[in-house]
Design a protein around this ligand. Sequence first.
Ligand SMILES: *Cc1c(COP(=O)(O)O)cnc(C)c1O
Length: 433
Amino acid sequence: MKLYSTKNFQSTSVSFEEALFKGLPEDNGLYLPKSWPRLSDSFWKNISSLSFQEIAFHMASALLKDEIDEAQLKGIIYSALDFPVVQSRLSDRLHCLELYHGPSLAFKDFGARFMAHTMSHFLKRNKQVINILVATSGDTGSAVAQGFYNLPGITVTILYPSGKVSHLQELQLTTLGGNVRAIEVDGTFDDCQALVKQAFLDRELNTKMNLSSANSINIGRLIPQSFYYAESYARLQSAGRPMAFVVPSGNFGNLCGGLIARNLGMPVHEFIAATNINDVVPQYLSTGIYKSRPSVPTLSNAMDVGNPSNFPRMTQFFDNDHESVTKVVKGCTANDEQTMSTIHEMYQRYGYIACPHTAVALKCGTLFHDNNSDTNVVALGTAHPAKFKETVDKALRQDIELPQPLLDVQSKTKEATLIDNDYKAFKDYLTQL
Ligand SMILES: *Cc1c(COP(=O)(O)O)cnc(C)c1O
């Protein structure tokens, strides 16, 4: 697979390995494959006989077989994606694809673990070591930390804003130990991000430490997010109805994963881009005008994004033609009030407990359903409801149970180094290791 930058199709093409470690091309575009291999018709026709890992292997192999040999790729898939994808049937034509049964209890585990294991594969081959730096406001940090945990040749440093992540999230970030270290910054998330950015621009530090990022726009995180769409298709294929996926979106990496599956040949009717009131993409879909703006806080806070980083990638799938985009991707928005009432309604009607992000998708899925009665609608469930216990308890007026990984983490002791929001302090911490 050769990749180019969305800013310039003529740009020199790079290998997957190079795109994986670089993250971003120098022109600040985003990496995308120059051409898409299509999986055979018989693969899609017989897909229901395959397991999730087998499906993932075939898709990954179509894209990466010239760089990672098949046996090694199989090893990566089976160790990175060793947790279940669960498709819950809510009603005859409404399903929830639960993507939160991995170690950090959010769908970001798919991307973070696959990226970590492919990086580790190349590092072993080249006998190199790297230092991953990541700033987090919550979910990303714990998926990345879990993804790289105990992988040889890699050290992970996580920066998070002191007092600004939930207690459970903080414990998820600070109790792993091993090759994962947490820095608690006396500042905001933006301060954490600025420190990481400055470290990457610091030549001296880079030469010394071989720094790498685990940014959400990394192509290594995007590819595995196509696998579970095909898994969902496989389990619903026998119904023989057109399928629509509702994707609760912030930076639109998840939705781009769906577009990858489609480009590999997966039959799909539509994608619904579901957002909270940070709705720049639904606005673009209905007007053709893209206008970023500062984000506003909502209950589905992992989707509070005012300038989605994957937006240029999403439109590039359609040669940046607005009309072509809108044939495949529809927009839908749900506000906090609708989010709360949907959490309540889904539990009342189907006994299903949704996190606020999943609830946005379920609200949009229900609306879509009312107008498209012969379609199988699959809403993507992106986080375990217990990660947002306060909101969910309030919507259901009850005290929901914590799953085992969150119970386990509560008995552990936080280990983090508190530093001032100061680059020198951060650099001293990094270099004294
Ligand atoms: C990150 C995240 C999202 C948004 O996913 P994007 O790929 O950024 O669109 C939705 N829900 C949850 C729970 C998340 O953590």
